[in-house]
Each structure stands twice: as C-alpha cells, then as structure tokens.
Design a protein around this ligand. Structure first.
Ligand code: CP3
Length: 340
C-alpha cells in the first residue's frame, strides 16, 4: 500500500497531512459513474464484481486517501428474504415490509459467502489493484430496520418506532437478526481484505438517548465488540447524533463520525480522546462557489486543530449535483492546508 495516512489517522498516529475521503464518493456526480449506470442498473453494478470494483476506483483520480467499496447497505436484505429494488427517483422500495413477529420469523440469518459472495469477490479484486486502503461497510441494525419496516424512505419513522414501542419483543428479535447478519458480513469483509470498516447508522439520530440505550445500543455493541477484535479500524457513523455520542462511543468504534451540526471540538470531547473522529463538512457546501467551499473546509481543519486522529470527510453523503472540480479542489486544499 503506497498511502496509509487514512489508517494512521484512524489509529491516532502522526500523519504527513490530514487524510480525506467522502461518503458516496463513487456516484452520480461523476460523469464516468453516470456513463456506467446508463448501461447497468444500480443492483447490476453492485452484483457484478468487475463493475463494482471499477466504480470503487473511479473517485481515486480526485486524490482520495481511501477507497470505499461500491455496494449498498440494503443488499443483505435480499438474502434475508426481503427483496427490494431502487425505483427511479424514489430511492429504495422493499416489496413486503415487515409488520410484526410473523414477518420477523420469516427473515433468514444467512452466511455471507452464500448470500453475498459477490461483495466478498469485489473486495478480493480490489485488494490486487488498490494503492490506498479499502473501507468495507454495512448498515447498522436501526437504519436497516427502518427500511425493512417502512418499506422505503420516511420522514417520521412512524412505523419503525411504533413497532419498537408497541412490540418490543418483535423489535429486539428483528434487531437481533439484523445485527447477527451484519456481524458475520463485516467479519467476512475483513477476511476478504477490507482494511477498515464503517458501520452506517445514518438515521439513528431520530431516537432519544434513553431510547437508543434501550432499543439499539445492545445490538450495535453485539456487532462492534466482536468486529473490534479483528484488528482493523472501525468507524461508527450516524447523523444528527450530538445527543448520542457518549452512548455510541460505549457501543463501540475506534473512529466516531460527526456531522456538520456537531462542532468537532465539542463532539470530540464527548467521544473521548482515546477515539479518532471523522467529519464533518456539510455536503451542500460543495454546491457553493469554490472559494466558499474552501473556507468551510478550512474551518473544519481549524476545529480539528491538527490533533492526531482526524479524518476529513463530509457529514453525510455527497449530493449528485456536486461539481467534480469542487470535490477535487477540496481534497487538494485539505492536503495542502494540513501538511505538517
Ligand atoms: O459511499 C460510497 O461511495 C460507497 C457506496 C455506498 C452507496 N450507498 C452507493 C449508492 C454506500 C456506503 C451506501 C450506503 C447507504 N445506502 C446508506 C447509508 C449512508 C447514507 O447515505 O445515509 C443508505 C441509507 C443507503 C440506502 C440507499 N441506497 C438509498 C436511500 C439510495 C437512494 C438514494 C438516492 O440518492 O437515490 C441508495 C442508492 C445508492 N446507493 C446510490 C449509490 C451511488 C445511487 C444509485 C444510483 O441511482 O446510481
């Protein structure tokens, strides 16, 4: 591996410059991604290792210090027995959402080599090609459960929370199945060669800290306490989580994700000096003229104050309308402005 500053920062070791990568860095803002998607559906691209490997590498021309596997957090739902598709303009659609214990009982806990062999094969291909670390990932149980129960995207999480409050046994049973699937999948991704892992709990900020501890934390801990024994950095990510950072830290993660609503200094104080942090540029800042985007990037670096253990990222995924030149300019700027 030619460039290991991302892994060094995850371990809070000194770096020559702050490492940078961006969530959803392979995606619709890139012309080469759109060209590939005009010939293949999203699911086809995920399920064909040569294509998924190609897309994973596309953003590396912009100077990123890590590659993230091209895949999706929803893919494990299909081998569990909950088929879905990405509908144009609507996002994911789960064909038969889970409503009760009977639905939960039908879900299968599968072996990753059987149900998601193509994901592991993509990692094996990438490991032969990459000069930067490869980040594997999975969705966290709350975020996956929300898609499984709502059937798609939601503003209120009403069905999800209703099942949680009204039928706590069914809730813990679906969360138990999801967390065991995710634990097995992440272990196999590491065995296949992933150099780090990110757990995406994108929507968990919807819960109060008390509810998080009661309904979610044990399941996330089931995953992370095990994965942390594998010896690779584990990034624990969520959005809108300022009030949850202590509880997320307890659940696990060597690196904790912060979004733009959390000032890095205050967030890091909650996360603790024994953890690294990742974040936290607002992705919409990349839609502003370049000098303004760079000003905001500079502010992120100033807050992190060159402390060992900061990985520069967005606070959430890059938006499809983002200009490629702005992404490239921010990556260059972070490297130059943070050079030690
Ligand atoms: O970060 C990366 O570049 C790696 C690949 C990746 C994708 N999805 C590719 C993708 C990762 C890590 C994800 C994670 C993911 N997927 C999350 C958690 C992170 C987050 O953004 O909160 C969630 C909630 C999903 C579920 C999902 N997948 C949704 C809601 C959508 C539709 C969103 C949209 O903008 O249309 C997807 C589709 C998806 N996953 C795309 C990509 C590049 C867009 C597919 C396309 O139309 O080409």
């Amino acid at each position: 591996m030619k460039n290991d500053r991302f892994l060094r920062a995850c371990r809070r070791e000194p770096v020559d410059a702050t490492p940078v990568w961006m969530m959803r860095q392979a995606g619709r803002y890139m012309p080469e991604y759109r060209a590939l998607r005009s010939k293949h559906s999203m699911l086809e691209a995920c399920r064909t290792p040569a294509l998924a490997a190609e897309v994973t590498m596309q953003p590396l021309r912009l100077g990123m210090d890590a590659a993230i596997l091209f895949s999706d957090i929803l893919l494990p739902l299909e081998p569990m027995g909950a088929a879905f598709d990405f509908a144009k303009g609507e996002g994911p659609v789960i064909f038969s959402p889970i409503a009760d214990q009977t639905g939960v009982d039908r879900l299968r806990v599968f072996e990753p080599e059987d149900g998601l062999g193509y994901v592991l094969e993509t990692i094996r291909i990438l490991k032969k090609e990459l000069e930067v670390p490869l980040i594997g990932f999975a969705g966290a149980p709350f975020t996956l459960a929300s898609y499984l129960i709502e059937g798609g995207k939601t503003a209120t999480f009403a069905k999800t929370k209703r099942l949680m409050y009204e039928h706590p046994e069914a809730w813990h049973s679906v969360m138990g199945k999801l967390s065991e699937v995710v634990r097995r999948l992440l272990r196999k991704q590491i065995e296949a060669g992933a150099d780090a892992i990110q757990l995406f709990d994108s929507w968990v900020g919807q819960l109060s800290a008390d509810d998080y501890r009661l309904y979610v934390q044990p399941h996330v801990a089931h995953i992370l306490q095990d994965i942390e024994t594998c010896g690779v950095p584990v990034i624990h990510f969520g959005t809108g989580t300022y009030h949850l950072l202590e509880a997320q830290r307890e659940a696990g993660g060597t690196v904790i994700g912060l979004d733009w609503r959390t000032p890095i200094g205050a967030g890091w104080a909650k996360v603790g000096a024994d953890r690294a942090v990742q974040g936290n540029l607002d992705p919409t800042v990349l839609l502003a003229p370049r000098p303004i985007a760079l000003q905001h990037a500079e502010h992120v670096l100033a807050q992190a104050a060159s402390r060992p253990g900061h990985i520069f990222n967005l606070g959430h995924g890059i938006l499809p309308e983002t200009p490629v030149v702005t992404v490239e300019a921010v990556v260059d700027f972070v490297h130059c402005a943070s050079a030690r």
